[in-house]
Design a protein around this ligand. Structure first.
Ligand code: UN1
Length: 499
């Protein structure tokens, strides 16, 4: 399908795609595909006002009815899966299969949230006083600002939105300025769902288009009760500080530097497939991308040469073509970052296999890169840094404890995994003294998490959790209720205070 037909199928008219100042380029060929009108900071303040007004009615809509809107959004997404998946691929460069996978994550979290809309359970608690009862209730918290990154232009928005909506919170979305079209197409999908729903308040789901300054309006305005942000650690620091100043609720899902330990007992066939998918998928631009491979010295020479030959055969090309496994990097800056990191590897006495620009003749304005394997003498500073590109650092270990120390010896704490069939090792890896990450997997790679679990991680990853499990609690306020149904007024802790 031509690029203009992909845009048309996603619901855009020619006039919507022109006449503004925000240039959108497709990383597939580097061509400009839109020039969008942007919102001013005043527009954003007005939209926050609309969101606050929407909160006043949405919080009183019964949660299962709120779930009905999310069900309708899920239905629209099912119908649009291919169109939106293709647009994601065109705008951020991930292969079409991964674009489809991203939309599927949106559908899955909608299903999850619909069920959740009847399960926003609180506790009943034993009171120490006779004739008293205690309970814990969960109430909507307020307007939720969602800030997302280019590499997953739509799914993280949906993890947040599906939960926020059933929890009674309106949302306002600031997508990456590199991928605004996927956001606008998603907003159109939501408008249709809201029309079918009937009486959703205006301002319940909004999207703002522009650069960093409009995102800052969201983070500094006290009427935005929650900011949930997916992106770099640098950005998370700035947002976290702003939110801390005003005691706003903050959910941060930031950078990762994810490792796999390959133990002597590992099934190497399986490990090989998992390594390649998780290291080169989305051209190494997932926050869950496998970046560090920690291989036992006894199997190093069996595994690493096979890995190199698998890399040599990787089909790099147009992400919309069947058969392509590695699409382009998002832009020239990403490619420069990759080159710089590989130079540092050489300065650190590492050995590089692969790397370099690919398909430059065919796509002079796009940045395709050959995925690289960097065999390292140790975990040097560059290995500890998250470079958002397909570079896999490979290191050897001898003792299992050293492997765990290497795995944990980085600033980030998002995802991790071990390939081993030795129960003692795998359980150790999952124990309190094992991996320090938010996700720890056995015999699967670090990427491609399912929505049913809470997603996020520790240290520089920001500590927030989105998506499944009880992440919904991040979008609500907790209230403790103590009810006296007796005719006495005993005080807690047995205090005597007679007047
Ligand atoms: C991200 O890269 O920001 O686990 C999110 C995964 C996906 C989500 C990645 N489900 O790879």
């Amino acid at each position: 399908m031509s690029h203009s037909n992909i845009l048309k199928a996603a619901g855009f008219s020619a006039s919507e795609l022109s006449g503004g100042t925000l240039a959108v380029h497709s990383p597939v060929d580097g061509n400009e595909i839109a020039r969008l009108k942007t919102h001013s900071t005043d527009d954003v303040e007005a939209m926050i006002g609309k969101g606050v007004a929407a909160f006043k009615s949405w919080r009183n809509t019964p949660a299962p009815q709120r779930g009905e809107l999310v069900r309708l959004i899920g239905e629209e997404l099912r119908a649009e899966k291919e169109n939106l998946g293709r647009l994601v691929s065109l705008e951020c460069g991930k292969i079409y299969q991964e674009g489809l996978g991203e939309v599927q994550e949106m559908i899955d979290i909608c299903d999850f949230a619909v069920g959740l809309s009847r399960q926003l359970y609180g506790l009943t608690i034993a009171s120490e006083r006779p004739g008293h009862s205690m309970r814990e209730t969960w109430h909507p918290l307020g307007l939720c600002g969602i800030i997302t990154a280019f590499n997953f232009p739509v799914a993280p928005w949906c993890w947040n939105t599906a939960l926020a909506l059933v929890c009674g919170d309106p949302v306002i979305w600031k997508p990456s300025e590199k991928t605004p079209l996927a956001a606008l197409a998603t907003q159109k999908i939501c408008e249709r769902a809201m029309q079918k729903f009937g009486d959703a308040p205006a301002g319940l789901i909004q999207t703002i288009i522009g650069e960093r300054d409009i995102g800052e309006v969201l983070t500094s305005n006290r009427d935005v009760a929650i900011i949930s942000s997916t992106g770099s650690t640098r950005m998370g620091h700035a947002i976290g500080q702003k939110l801390a100043e005003r005691f706003g609720r903050c959910i941060l899902e930031l950078g990762g530097n994810n490792a796999m330990i390959v133990a002597p007992s590992a099934d190497l066939e399986m490990a090989l497939r998992a390594i390649v998918f998780s290291a080169v998928g989305t051209a190494g631009q997932r926050c869950t991308t496998l970046r560090r491979l920690i291989v036992h010295e006894d199997i190093y020479d069996q595994l690493v040469p096979r890995l190199k030959s698998a890399y040599d055969g990787l089909p790099i090309g147009d992400p919309l073509d069947d058969g392509t496994l590695v699409g382009p990097l998002i832009d020239g800056d990403a490619f420069t970052g990759m080159e710089r990191a590989l130079e540092q590897v050489k300065a650190d006495s590492g050995q590089v296999h692969g790397g370099g620009r690919a398909l430059e003749g065919e796509y002079p304005a796009a940045y395709y890169a050959t995925p690289a394997i960097a065999e390292m003498p140790g975990q040097t500073e560059i290995v500890r840094h998250e470079t958002f590109a397909p570079i896999l650092y490979v290191m050897k270990y001898r003792d299992f404890d050293d492997a765990i120390a290497l795995q944990n010896g980085v600033p980030q704490g998002l995802s991790s995994c071990i390939f081993s069939t030795d129960l003692r090792e795998t359980e150790e890896f999952l124990s309190a003294t094992g991996s320090d990450c938010g996700s720890a997997n056995v015999n699967i790679g670090p990427s491609g998490a399912e929505i049913g679990g809470a997603f996020g991680g520790e240290k520089d990853t920001g500590g927030g959790r989105e998506s499944g499990s009880d992440a919904w609690k991040g979008y609500m306020r907790r209230q403790t209720n103590t009810i006296n149904y007796s005719r006495e007024l005993p005080l807690a802790q047995g205090i005597k205070f007679d007047i």
